[in-house]
Design a protein around this ligand. Structure first.
Ligand SMILES: NC(=O)c1ccc[n+]([C@@H]2O[C@H](COP(=O)([O-])OP(=O)(O)OC[C@H]3O[C@@H](n4cnc5c(N)ncnc54)[C@H](OP(=O)(O)O)[C@@H]3O)[C@@H](O)[C@H]2O)c1
Length: 336
């Protein structure tokens, strides 16, 4: 198939393109000098404002993975890339006469502040969002649902890193949080021990998106590329992290640094306020870095994954300990 891919230079891009071997992939890239090199991928220089109209006659599948993932950026900036960019991609798709499917890569966090079971379905606007990124991605999904195009959505949970070596192309909120935890600079976390923390590997994320692209069209299907029932609880994850940290640090081993306390929303907000008032620059940075990740823990949810399990694709690994270990080691080693 002729596949047009956006987001090739991102965290997910190379793994996703790698999962599409056997297809002719054309990847839209703003700066070709930063593009990975894969034999079946042809890099096409351009942007949402400058899409390669000459390719429209040959494209059969579009995978739209590009997005601004700057969680804490202003909503208007995020909308420009995530909502207007998606609108431009949909307009582009409308003039692709051979188009079989438009796969939109989204995030499980479009559920915003909702708790409980999150279905693989269009979600009503949540009461509020944890951050503007989530809102812009929810708004982008609405464009997909209203597009009238043969579209499907794959929502991913937190893509933690490679299940081979824990590597990520660029560190995100999870990785910053892991690093500050390791340094003992996160004394408390919002949430409770049984809050699920849904982590997947880059390889699984790529495979589930590729499987959706390959499968026969199911119009407006939503697929959760998530660990779902396999996700560890926050308590289990913290216990596992403590073990990993203890193998790498005497301070963790003898208990001079301990796992953070789990606290309610009010106590956590008070802690953040104290940090701001203290003027302590390091703690302010820690709070800023973890702001994109920690508040979501106050809204425990389980992503349902029945549709994902029907795809011809392996299940997400239930060995979250191995992934957590590899990613944590990678974070520590690459920043020490
Ligand atoms: N990683 C995760 O944990 C995660 C979790 C859930 C969902 N997702 C979703 O998965 C997709 C891929 O995420 P990722 O982690 O690979 O993101 P990423 O590492 O932040 O990469 C973003 C990609 O989008 C491209 N991009 C950004 N703004 C663009 C613009 N204005 N025009 C064209 N391209 C633009 C970037 O290109 P440049 O290199 O030119 O900047 C890059 O290729 C996104 O849709 C994201 O919402 C990711």
């Amino acid at each position: 198939m002729n596949i047009f891919l956006t987001g090739y230079t991102g965290n997910l891009g190379p793994a996703l393109a790698g999962a599409l071997t056997g297809h002719a992939v054309q990847a839209l890239v703003r700066d070709p000098s930063h593009a990975p090199v894969l034999p079946h991928v042809k890099v096409v220089a351009g942007s949402f404002e400058d899409l390669p109209l000459s390719l429209q006659g040959e494209i059969e599948v579009i995978i739209h993975s590009a997005a601004s993932t700057a969680f804490l950026a202003p909503l208007e900036d995020l909308r420009r890339t995530n909502v207007e960019g998606t609108a431009r991609m949909l307009d582009f798709a409308r003039n692709c006469p051979r188009l079989k499917k438009f796969v939109h890569v989204s995030t499980a966090c479009v559920c915003g502040l909702r708790s409980g079971d999150i279905p693989e379905a269009r979600l009503p606007r949540p009461p509020a969002f944890v951050n503007s990124y989530e809102q812009s991605k929810w708004e982008a999904e609405e464009l997909i649902f209203e597009s009238g195009l043969p579209a499907e959505i794959v929502r991913l949970s937190i893509v933690a890193g490679s299940e081979r070596d824990g590597a990520v192309r660029s560190a995100g909120a999870l990785h910053h949080t892991l690093f500050w935890l390791w340094k003992g600079l996160i004394p408390m976390m919002p949430g409770s021990a049984d809050t699920p923390v849904d982590l997947i590997s880059t390889e699984y994320a790529a495979e589930v998106v590729a499987a959706c692209a390959n499968a026969p069209l199911a119009p407006l299907r939503v697929i959760h590329g998530c660990a779902g029932d396999r996700a560890p609880s926050l308590g289990e994850l913290l216990t596992s992290l403590t073990t990993i940290f203890s193998t790498k640090s005497a301070a963790w081993q003898r208990g001079s640094i301990a796992a953070p306390m789990m606290v309610d929303a009010e106590t956590f907000a008070l802690f953040e306020e104290t940090v701001v008032q203290s003027g302590d620059l390091l703690f302010r940075r820690v709070c800023q870095d973890s702001k994109a990740f920690l508040p979501g823990l106050l809204h425990p949810r389980r992503y349902l994954t029945r549709r994902a399990s029907e795809l011809p694709c392996r299940e997400p690994s239930s060995d979250w300990r191995s992934l957590a270990q590899l990613v944590t080691r990678h974070v520590i080693d690459s920043r020490s």
